[in-house]
Structures are given as C-alpha cells and as structure tokens.
Ligand binder design. Structure first.
Ligand code: SAM
Length: 280
C-alpha cells in the first residue's frame, strides 16, 4: 500500500524546491498534519465513488487525503507554481493521472468544472472564503454537500441560527442553498505558518429543491443586505429603501408577506426573507 500523505518535512521541502514563501494575500497556511487532513475527509464522508472539487489545494496535503479514499478530484489553485506542481506530487505518491484534474485559475472566476463534482472539500483561503463558497453554490448546482475549513468567526456565522448574535447576511445567504453545521475545531499548530486566528470545519448539505429562481435570489439577497446594513433598526425603516421608498410602504409590503414590520433583520429566517422578496 503506497504512503499517500505528505509529512511536514516533505511539505517544507516542496515549498523550498518551488521557492514558495507562504503569502497572507493568498491565505496560504498549509496543513502539515496527516491526522487533520484525514479528519476533514472523514467529516465530509468522502467515498471512492465521489467526485470532489477542492479550492486551493496548495502543496497537496488535503488533496492526497481525498485521493487516498479512491475519489477523484478537481482542484482549483490560483498560484501557478502550486498548480503546476500538484500533478507531479500526486504521481510521486502513486495516484493515477486520471483521478486528478488541476485548474490553474482564480476560484472566484471559474464558471465550469469538469465531471460535475458533487462534493466540495477545502481548506479555504480565509480572505475570500464566503464569496468563494457562495460563488460555487450559485454556479454549480450539482454540488450537493461539502466540508470546508474556515476562520472560526466565519464558520460560526455561516452556521448561526436566526436570533443569535453572530447571525448576519452570510448566514441567510448560505441558508438559501441548504443547511449548515459546525463540524469540528482545528488547532492552530497544524498549519505552516501558524495563523493568528482559530479555525473550524463547517459542513453543508444542499436542499433537495432550489428555493427560487435566480431573479428571486437576487431580490432576496438585496433585501438581506439592506436589513443587516442597519441591523439595529426595525425592518420597516431598514428596508424602506428597497421596499417602496417610505417606512409606510415597507410596512405594508412586510405585512403582506406575513412579517411583523417592527422586527429586526436578525430575527428573520431565510424563508421570511424569500417571502418578502416574493411579495415585493
Ligand atoms: N489545501 C492546502 C492545505 O490545506 O494545506 C492549502 C490551503 S491554504 C489555506 C489556501 C490555498 O488557496 C492556497 O494554496 C492559495 O494559493 C489558494 N488560493 C488563494 N486564493 C485563491 C483563489 N482565489 N482561487 C484559488 N485558489 C486560491
């Protein structure tokens, strides 16, 4: 049985060989611990028949752990040197070439994925984690589930229920696509370099049916943004700009959607927002 996973020494050797100094700009904190990458793959319930997409494979530690299950991987990496080296690393670890496709691109701009992967697994670049997640969920309807590692505050926000202190626009937008849960914590010590923030795993499962059309989604997201831009205000004030122009008009629209106009944005579910957008 070949040893697939990268050890800490090999990761540093690879980086030195490529002359890669991890940059903050690209959120480059590489996992150097085999147990952590196996834990992520386990949390994502990856099996041999899965087609997985990974955002930001970096030097390949998580990629090899996914490949170890027998699954196939499409990996999107923005750093050319890393994208170029990944197939070489996989081949050196006895991965058949047809199980890994590397796309050398900015994940925020990718519009199609070969093989229509149904699982997302990633240690996301922290500076773009929410936009990249929302972009993937919107662009690739075949993505059914996933587990991603993100900064703890972001993970808590994505999985937050209405009414909680950290519930915000990203929570509602993520919920548009499906259900989210916290799926474990990760020590800072498993990264190189060690980041100055904590990390968590978040899992999601897409809803069986899409919640609405693209037009409905855009209307809903505009209302969500307005509600949280002024989160201390009652909805009839916070939404007056996007629902008719005056507080009285906004109140009438909210009431038509069955929502109390004196509530605040943080008290509403995604269903409430979708109803308001449907009634506007
Ligand atoms: N998966 C690797 C690991 O766990 O060791 C690396 C994770 S590191 C947190 C984030 C990776 O995402 C880096 O390899 C970085 O170059 C890449 N990256 C950053 N921004 C990106 C973007 N917009 N599109 C694709 N990859 C990106």
């Amino acid at each position: 049985m070949p040893v697939l996973l990268l050890g800490a020494a090999e990761i540093r050797r690879l980086a030195a060989d490529l002359d890669v100094t991890p940059t903050k700009k690209l959120g480059q904190n590489f996992v150097v611990d085999a147990n952590t990458v196996r834990k992520i793959v386990h949390a994502a319930r990856v099996t041999a028949s899965d087609r997985v997409v990974e955002i930001g494979p970096g030097l390949g530690s998580l990629t090899l752990a996914i490949l170890e299950t027998g699954a196939s991987v499409v990996a999107v990496e923005i750093d050319h040197r890393l994208a170029e080296r990944l197939p070489v690393t996989a081949a050196a670890h006895d991965v058949p070439a047809d199980r890994l496709t590397v796309i050398d691109a900015d994940a925020l701009r990718v519009t199609e994925l070969p093989g229509e992967p149904e699982v997302l697994v990633a240690n996301l670049p922290y500076n773009v984690s929410v936009p990249v997640l929302l972009h993937f969920l919107e662009s690739f309807p075949y993505l059914q589930r996933g587990v991603v590692m993100v900064q703890a505050e972001v993970g808590e926000r994505l999985a937050a229920p209405p009414g909680s202190k950290v519930y915000g626009a990203p929570s509602v937008k993520a919920a548009w696509y499906g259900s989210w849960r916290l799926a474990g914590t990760v020590s800072r010590q498993v990264f190189w370099p060690v980041p100055n923030v904590d990390s968590v795993l978040v899992g999601f499962d897409r809803d069986a049916e899409p919640r609405g059309t693209e037009e409905h989604r855009l209307r809903t997201f505009r209302i969500v943004d307005a509600a949280f831009q002024q989160r201390r205000k009652m909805l009839r004030q916070a939404l007056s700009g996007v629902l008719g122009g005056t507080a009285a008009e906004a109140s009438a629209r909210l009431e038509a959607a069955g929502v109390d106009p004196t509530l605040r944005g943080e008290q509403l579910t995604v269903d409430d927002y979708a109803r308001i957008a449907g009634a506007s």
